[in-house]
Design a protein around this ligand. Structure first.
Ligand SMILES: Nc1ncnc2c1ncn2[C@@H]1O[C@H](COP(=O)(O)OP(=O)(O)O)[C@@H](O)[C@H]1O
Ligand SMILES: [Mg+2]
Length: 359
């Protein structure tokens, strides 16, 4: 999959631009506040229907406008073109795939896998477990079939059980969904594990390259103790859970634990190292995706030069050149990024939300 064409309208400081990226590397450069990150954010938004910078759509819509619009052409590995479109106002969202309206974000996401690395990447380590679950599930969703349906099934029964717990229903009412929860939970765990086992060699290889002193460990935690059956836990904790009003154990509590020298990476490694580590975890994800599915994905790398010293910048660039991805990099000066290893490349200059191509 690659982005063949994109029109961005009323998004951040961008009124209306058209972008025809190449298959290899696309360098977007320009002064501070020109709109570089906004372009990457628009590409990310198209795939996730959410930003990596804000949770509020009003932040994204150009000031004094009523809606934002993104219209894209995605090229499949078979060279088919899939038109995607999003129009988002403050209270309404319209998504179109192949010119047909769709209701689910998953339908657009499945067509267009995008990974982003940006200066706030470290929040994957410092933020809540939900963010790390999102990281994991991006890959499970794109690589393992059946995950989305299993997750929907699980969520439905979990919501019903939680509602029963909250309203202090009788024990037998609260327990009605246990079997369905256990079955979908086991399946979700199996798919996550399968994915993680396939991903971890990629992560470890990159970690060994970049972290030579620290011992970094990344581990999957399924959300309930390894030696216990979830059904038993649901039974055993019922009284406590009726007081709390929610189900404690399950795949909704899954985690990725990240440690440096056996201590939590939240406190043990520096902010810069946290950013590098997350960048490596996301690179690993993109690598695993392209190798396992034999499809390419899009990688957005915001402010690559600002984030890394020269040695590490060169190392990252050399990793990137070997990957079968469509790459978007931003920088202030075009000289900051050495693109000589790429055959297929394009440079875009951004100024006050406008774009020009400059090769
Ligand atoms: N909703 C909005 N409407 C208009 N301008 C915005 C909006 N959101 C952000 N901006 C402005 O867009 C500009 C571009 O930001 P950004 O893409 O982060 O620039 P860069 O990454 O090139 O430094 C900034 O000046 C910012 O203040
Ligand atoms: Mg920026």
């Amino acid at each position: 999959m690659r982005l063949a064409h994109l029109q961005i309208q009323n998004f951040r400081n961008i009124e209306n631009i058209q972008l025809t990226p190449v298959k290899g590397v696309n360098l977007i450069y320009g002064d501070n506040a020109a709109g570089k990150t906004s372009i990457l954010e628009a590409i990310y938004y198209l795939s996730h229907i959410r930003s990596f910078r804000t949770r509020h759509v009003t932040d994204l819509i150009l000031r004094d406008c009523s809606y934002l619009q993104l219209v894209a052409k995605i090229e499949t590995p078979e060279k088919h073109i899939i038109p995607l479109g999003i129009r988002r106002s403050r209270n309404k969202s319209e998504i179109r795939v192949n010119k047909q309206p769709v209701n689910r974000v998953s339908e657009i996401a499945a067509k267009f896998p995008v990974v982003a690395i940006h200066p706030d990447s470290y929040t994957l380590i410092t933020g809540n477990p939900g963010q790390r679950r999102q990281y994991l599930d991006w890959g499970v969703f794109h690589v393992e079939h059946g995950f989305f349906q299993a997750w929907q099934r699980f969520k439905k029964s979990l919501l019903q059980r939680n509602a029963a717990l909250k309203s202090r229903q009788n024990a037998d009412v609260c327990q009605m969904w246990n079997k369905e929860i256990r079955n979908s939970a086991n399946y979700i765990d199996q798919l996550r594990q399968q994915y993680f086992v396939s991903l971890i060699p990629y992560i470890n290889e990159l970690i060994q390259l970049f972290f030579t002193i620290e011992k970094i460990e990344v581990e999957y935690k399924r959300g309930w103790p390894a030696d216990l059956d979830l059904l038993e836990l649901l039974d055993r904790n019922l009284q406590k859970e009726r007081i709390k009003g929610y189900t404690y154990y399950g795949p909704h509590r899954a985690e990725i634990s990240i440690k440096g020298n056996d201590q939590s990476a939240q406190t043990f490694i520096s902010r810069g190292q946290q950013n590098t580590l997350v960048a490596l975890m996301r690179l690993a994800q993109a690598m695993q995706f392209t190798e396992v599915t034999s499809r390419s994905c899009v990688l957005l790398y915001d402010d690559l030069a600002a984030e890394l010293d020269e040695k590490h910048r060169e190392m990252i660039l050399s990793v990137l050149t070997k990957m079968n991805i469509q790459l978007f990099i931003t920088a202030i000066e075009k000289q900051q990024i050495d693109l000589s290893a790429w055959h297929v490349k394009e440079m875009f200059h951004v100024e006050h939300g406008s774009l020009s191509t400059s090769s």
